[in-house]
Design a protein around this ligand. Structure first.
Ligand SMILES: [Zn+2]
Length: 116
């Protein structure tokens, strides 16, 4: 009975992996001038230039990608708290821990991901 490890204890510390990924994404969003809720902090005085409009489009695409990734990370954190983390959303089988360590916010197992 000494040093008994609960069977459902995760092998890797996914929470800290996810939290550092979240901090990283928030940093990047801040860098490009966008908050996690969207809305870019552009000076409205520059809004008429077509070049700025094009750049703004690129930044918005990047911001959308970052927000998507952030959403996935937060979703994974919610699942950790709910105790449903690490299950594939497609087939409901456990996701390979190696895959989770490489990509903690993964929502699908390898075979479901490759079918998408
Ligand atoms: Zn699956």
């Amino acid at each position: 009975m000494v040093n008994e490890v609960p069977i459902d204890s995760p092998a890797a510390d996914y929470r800290s992996l996810l939290e550092s990924e979240r901090a990283d994404l928030l940093d990047k969003l801040k860098e490009i001038g966008s908050g996690p809720e969207g809305g870019l902090s552009y000076d409205s005085n520059f809004a008429d230039s077509s070049q700025v409009t094009a750049e703004k489009g690129e930044v918005e695409t990047l911001a959308a990608e970052l927000r998507d990734a952030l959403e996935g990370v937060e979703d994974a954190l919610r699942k950790l708290s709910a105790g449903t983390y690490g299950r594939c959303e497609g087939c409901h089988e456990p996701i390979d821990p190696l895959r989770l360590e490489a990509k903690p916010a993964a929502r699908f197992c390898m075979s479901c991901a490759s079918r998408r």
